[in-house]
Design a protein around this ligand. Structure first.
Ligand code: ADP
Length: 714
């Protein structure tokens, strides 16, 4: 039995102060640290990832946006040029020069993307031309004649393919000092399967870009050649070259690409880190809070369980009527329960703290025994923990006995009364597995001892009473038995007197005869008296080894005395010669006397005199015991009587005391045996009864087997 105590609260009472109560369990601390580190690590990794991913995402979004703008710009350029070419084609149908010019001017006013319209004859000569009213006229600084080579090539190609053809782009200087990159588109005219001339539209590339630029002005748009050379650009600001997308424009006759360049660079890190931080911190906060909550819940659960178990233990300790006392290794009392306090009559504060090597004496130590108790305490301390005030590890603990053998000692109550107690002590092991002291269960055995004493006295009284009862009967038997020899002696004496009154020659021999008879009768009376005397004299209870025959010699004269009175035959059957038993002689004789007397009495009332036989059998048993049987031919025992047979004072006889059998059983049980009875022939009119018991045999004597039998008949 070991008392494992929890680490907190109540345990402080038992603690020596060295066992580290209240320290967190080492495993739990490490676990918590690991959890925290993991949490921080996860947060750092998570944050970094979040930032990197956010930046990448922003990057790809910027790129995607540029691509989308480029695609839609390229599409718009294509759509716009197709629309404008359709408009220009419509113009071709107005043959007269005036009509053409006015319509061309109207068209130029409507469409800023067209810088100039020319009508050429089949040989390529310019017939009519109109410049856009929305901008500066194109070929003022440098004449058209110098800048028409590209448009001529486009027209030649247009004539071949019979479809509109674009020229390569070229630069037109303007009077303002600037200039613009333009591209010509040449539309062939056909009349009756022959070329009837061309219409050439000059499209300033800058205007085209302006027309397709997205309204937010975020992107710089430009036309570039296949080798990357820029032809024209549009946009409020320069692109940063970070998010650039290019799309080829499949205009017939010219290779052009539209390039879109974002004017915004990478999104600033700061706002994103902030977002990520906020996000990350909120996640971290959630996690930490949930962890804390869980931790708190566990703690609360543990505390509740602890409180419950403490309350349970307190109730248990308070309800016990066994005294509990805890002492530390130094012998100082650290805990007592209410039962202990009421047992010794001191309050807990009076007891706590006393008993150490340096402290005061426990108030319940009787002053005359202080020295003895101190010696015992120091012997135990030095024996169990040699030079080791606090055993450091479980190895020492393993060497401790789980429970000390209970020992009896004497305590003193507050009123000075000494009383015996039984103490059972067990090592007290604290939460860290260290031996911290001793827990003792203290039982007040004064009551028990008193009861035992009372029981012993009662038993003695019972035996004495039974003995007296037997003696009473003996006395009446004695008077009956002595009556015979005494009256014989008396009649011999009166005979002698008669002879002496008239003496003759026969007087002397007759007197001699009479005196001899008187002597015999006196001897007989003496034997009777001696047997009773022997029986009464042996009072002290002693186990001795004696032959069964000696036992019989002691009781048989008395048995026969009684048997003769009722005309009963006594048969003794001893299966083995020289059997010896180890018994209290007087007690055993009394058992045999009681059983034989019961048997004789049972037969007296019921059995015809000739059938009255009392058998005494004895035989050795295996396992070194000797069995006695007392057998009668009486009326047997009914179940109702049998049920109460051994109850003291149960009797069916008028003059009976009802103590004989209960006494017999006690004596037999004291000898380690049992007293049984049996009705051998239940159906017979006189079934008889057999009482049987065993007693320990003596070593060396023949105990078992069917050795030489000796049959005595009396
Ligand atoms: P007592 O002899 O004073 O009555 P006992 O305790 O010796 O007290 O016997 C109790 C009772 O048991 C007797 O009164 C009798 O009824 C019964 N009894 C004892 N021995 C025998 C026996 N051999 N045969 C029949 N009855 C018996």
């Amino acid at each position: 039995m070991k008392f494992d105590l929890p680490r907190t609260g109540h345990h402080a009472l038992h603690n020596t102060g060295r066992s580290g109560a209240g320290e967190p369990a080492p495993g739990g601390g490490v676990r918590r640290w690991v959890l925290w580190l993991a949490l921080v690590g996860l947060l750092v990794v998570g944050q970094t990832l979040l930032v990197v991913l956010t930046l990448r995402y922003e990057d790809s979004r910027g790129m995607d946006r540029a691509e989308a703008v480029a695609s839609s710009a390229a599409q718009d350029v294509r759509r716009l040029t197709v629309q404008r070419l359709q408009a220009v084609q419509a113009l071709q149908w107005s043959a007269q020069a005036e009509v053409w010019s006015s319509q061309a001017r109207q068209m130029l006013a409507r469409f800023p993307e067209i810088g100039r319209l020319e009508r050429r004859d089949p040989q390529g000569r310019i017939v009519t031309a109109a410049d856009s009213p929305l901008g500066q006229p194109l070929f003022t600084l440098k004449g058209r004649g110098l800048l028409r080579m590209d448009s001529d090539q486009a027209c030649a190609a247009a004539l071949n393919s019979l479809s509109p053809q674009f020229s390569r782009s070229y630069f037109v200087p303007l009077p303002s000092g600037a200039g613009m990159e333009v591209v010509d588109v040449c539309l062939p005219e056909q009349e009756a399967g022959r070329s009837s001339g061309y219409t050439v539209a000059t499209l300033p590339l800058g205007q085209l870009l302006e027309a397709v630029a997205p309204p937010d002005n975020r992107y710089e748009l430009s036309f570039v050649e296949a080798d990357g050379a820029r032809l024209a650009r549009y946009g409020a600001a320069r692109g940063l070259g970070l998010y650039v997308a290019r799309r080829a424009l499949d205009l017939p006759g010219v290779v052009l690409e539209i390039k879109v360049d974002d004017t915004l660079g990478r999104p600033g890190l700061l706002p994103n880190v902030t977002t990520a931080l906020v996000l990350g911190l909120s996640i971290a906060l959630t996690v930490v809070v949930s962890l804390l909550l869980r931790d708190m819940r566990r703690r609360t659960d543990a505390e509740r369980a602890l409180a419950e178990s403490l309350a349970f233990r307190k109730a248990m300790e308070d309800s016990l009527n066994t005294g509990l006392r805890a002492r530390d290794l130094d012998g100082r009392i650290t805990y007592v329960n209410p039962a202990f306090c009421s047992m010794v009559g001191f309050t807990a504060p009076q007891l706590l703290g006393s008993g150490g090597r340096a402290g005061s004496l426990p108030p319940y130590w009787p002053p005359e025994r202080v020295e003895e108790y101190r010696r015992r305490q120091s012997t135990r301390q030095s024996a169990l923990l040699p030079g080791q005030p606090t055993p450091p590890d479980a190895a020492v603990q393993d060497n401790l006995p789980a429970t000390l053998q209970g020992f009896e000692t004497v305590f003193m109550r507050a009123n000075g009364e000494r009383f015996p107690v039984m103490i059972y002590e067990a090592p007290l092991v604290d939460g860290a597995g260290r031996h911290a002291g001793w827990m003792s269960a203290v039982l007040d055995v004064s009551e028990r001892q008193r009861n035992e004493e009372v029981a012993r006295q009662q038993q003695e009284r019972l035996q004495a009473t039974a003995r007296l009862a037997t003696l009473g009967e003996m006395a009446s038997l004695l008077s009956h038995e002595l009556n015979q020899p005494l009256s014989a002696i008396a009649s011999y004496a009166s005979g002698c007197q008669n002879l002496l009154a008239e003496p003759d020659e026969h007087t002397v021999p007759m007197l001699r005869e009479a005196v001899a008879r008187m002597g015999e009768q006196a001897e007989r009376a003496g034997r009777v008296i001696k047997s009773v005397h022997d029986f009464v004299r042996r009072r002290e209870q002693l186990r001795e080894t004696l032959p069964v025959q000696t036992l019989f010699d002691g009781v048989l004269p008395l048995v026969r005395l009684q048997a003769r009175k009722s005309g009963t035959r006594v048969e003794v059957q001893q299966h083995e010669a020289g059997l010896k038993v180890q018994v209290d002689r007087t007690m055993m004789e009394q058992v045999l006397l009681n059983l034989t007397r019961n048997a004789i009495q049972a037969m007296e009332g019921h059995t015809p005199p000739l059938q009255r036989v009392l058998k005494l059998r004895v035989q050795g048993l295996p396992h070194g015991r000797v069995q006695f049987e007392v057998h009668d031919c009486g009326p047997g025992i009914t179940p109702e009587v049998a049920a109460r047979l051994f109850t003291p004072f149960f009797t069916t006889r008028e003059d009976g005391m009802g103590l004989g059998l209960s006494l017999c059983r006690t004596v037999v049980e004291q000898h380690g045996g049992t007293l049984e009875h049996e009705v051998p022939e239940p159906e017979a009119p006189l079934p008889g009864c057999c009482f049987r018991f065993t007693v320990p045999g003596a070593a060396g004597a023949a105990l078992a087997g069917n050795g030489a039998g000796a049959l005595q008949t009396g």
